[in-house]
Design a protein around this ligand. Structure first.
Ligand SMILES: Cc1cc2nc3c(=O)[nH]c(=O)nc-3n(C[C@H](O)[C@H](O)[C@H](O)COP(=O)(O)OP(=O)(O)OC[C@H]3O[C@@H](n4cnc5c(N)ncnc54)[C@H](O)[C@@H]3O)c2cc1C
Length: 418
């Protein structure tokens, strides 16, 4: 395992602040796929990197086929595969909570053939474990944790980062992967556009009596979408979007009361359900940085964008940033260009900002369209879902879109070498 490095002044290819999913994956991609001798400094305020025993994140994360390709190229998929449940089919319903029958409006069954790119579900803690283990055994990554950036300055030649713990790190480029409240983004004076939702996202793992057969279900309920996502075994991960006051009351109540509400939403198909671990509630927001780049600075992951979790795309979009930034940096190095120059960073920004804004706006629109109890709106959206259900070409496109296989896909997400 790499131990925190305490040199007084050290030079790196890239310095990354934030060793979560996006930051650690970028560190691995650059050290595995960059030129020989390329070193990365990874700084995180949390002590967990890289030696933590457990990662307390009760979420199930839906990973697109494109994200799987990236993890596979980095040699991470082999360790993750035994824990990953493929999504075999998807069902979408739209009804009030007390409806006696949940009509099926949209389904993806035949479109999800064996050769179609399919998403899968992994437990967040398992994913972070695999990523962190890989970081710990990569000698080209120096981990500084727990630590943070006291200040940094940039000039025409590079950026100097002064750590809280003392010592100075230097590199041509600094990457902010420090999550949605990114302090680096703030220090760089980059503002965000966005808003908070009057909803919370409650997540938990549940066990159930009957098998799910890989079926993911999205119930659009008036308070917000309620997703049942299949995990390995007779277990599922739920993402329960609920109006905030109601959500806070659910979190404060007993597990019995919570499970009773769960059963009302699950129906009887999976039999009796029970909580398998702690539940956790997340505030929900849409947020997009006005710029994904600054002076010798690039933003990735939630530091750059936060989207509504209804389609499980947040990290997938963040991993696209990782793949695009890795490709941009490796290409620049091959051409002998400055990896932190405005020209190099502009390529990354052009590639990622519009794509992220588009995905975030689609999630926001879907949440607004479905999270209400308006009868005329329900009639219109159900007509829309019914029409999509009868359009096989459009459904195939939607499956490819969810798989991350549309648009300008970075090479690492298509399983291609750099
Ligand atoms: C309810 C819910 C369900 C979701 N489900 C899905 C899903 O199914 N699929 C999907 O793709 N996405 C999903 N997401 C989104 C996904 O969780 C996020 O997009 C992802 O966690 C972002 O990863 P990140 O590495 O950018 O940020 P984070 O995971 O927030 O990591 C940030 C890291 O930076 C560190 N840090 C913070 N401040 C500093 C600092 N000043 N200096 C140094 N380090 C710092 C933190 O310790 C942390 O390690 C979901 C989100 C929610 C809320």
């Amino acid at each position: 395992m790499a131990q925190p490095h305490r040199a007084k002044t050290a030079g790196y290819g890239v310095i990354i602040a934030g060793g979560g999913y996006a930051g650690s994956t970028l560190a691995l991609a650059l050290t595995k796929l960059g030129p020989q001798g390329f070193r990365v400094a990874l700084i995180d305020t949390a002590a967990r990197l890289p030696n933590a025993e457990t990662f307390a994140d009760p979420r199930g994360l839906a990973l697109s086929a494109a994200s799987k390709s990236l993890l596979d190229t980095l040699g991470l998929w082999r360790a993750l595969a035994p824990h990953a449940q493929t999504i075999e089919s998807i069902e979408v319903t739209d009804s009030p909570l007390n409806a006696s029958l949940r009509s099926h409006f949209l389904g993806f069954d035949e479109e999800m053939t064996a050769d179609a790119p399919r998403a899968c579900l992994v437990e967040a803690g398992k994913l972070l474990r695999v990523i962190s283990d890989a970081v710990g055994s990569q000698p080209a990554i120096d981990v500084f944790a727990p630590d943070s950036i006291d200040r940094y300055e940039s000039n025409a030649f590079g950026v100097s980062v002064h750590l809280e713990s003392g010592g100075t790190l230097q590199a041509p480029l600094l990457v902010a992967a420090d999550g949605k409240r990114s302090s680096l983004r703030e220090r760089a004076g980059i503002k965000c556009i966005g808003w908070s939702y009057p909803q919370v996202g409650i997540v938990a793992t549940v066990a159930h009596e009957r098998p799910h057969h890989g079926r993911a279900v999205q119930h659009f309920l008036p308070a917000g979408p309620f997703a049942i996502l299949p995990l390995k075994g007779d277990r599922s991960s739920i993402v329960w979007t609920e109006e905030k006051t109601q959500g806070d009351a659910l979190m404060a109540g007993s597990d019995e009361a919570f499970t009773a509400e769960l059963m009302r939403r699950f129906g009887h198909r999976l039999g009796r359900v029970s909580l398998e671990g702690p539940k956790q509630s997340f505030p929900l927001a849409f947020q997009l940085a006005r710029s994904f780049v600054g002076d010798r600075l690039a933003l990735i992951g939630d530091a750059a964008h936060v989207v509504h979790p209804l389609a499980g795309q947040g990290l997938n979009i963040g991993l696209r940033d990782v793949a695009a930034l890795t490709e941009t940096i490796v290409d620049a190095l091959r051409l002998g260009l400055d990896t932190g120059s405005a020209t190099t960073l502009e390529r990354y920004q052009r590639w990622r900002r519009f794509d992220s804004a588009f995905s975030g706006t689609v999630m926001d629109g879907l949440n607004r369209l479905f999270s209400n109890d308006s009868a005329p709106l329900r009639a219109i959206r159900d007509l829309g879902l019914g029409l999509v259900d009868r359009a096989p070409g459009l459904k195939r496109f939607l499956v490819r879109e969810a798989a991350g296989a549309t648009g300008d896909v970075p090479r690492l997400m298509k399983g291609e070498a750099l």
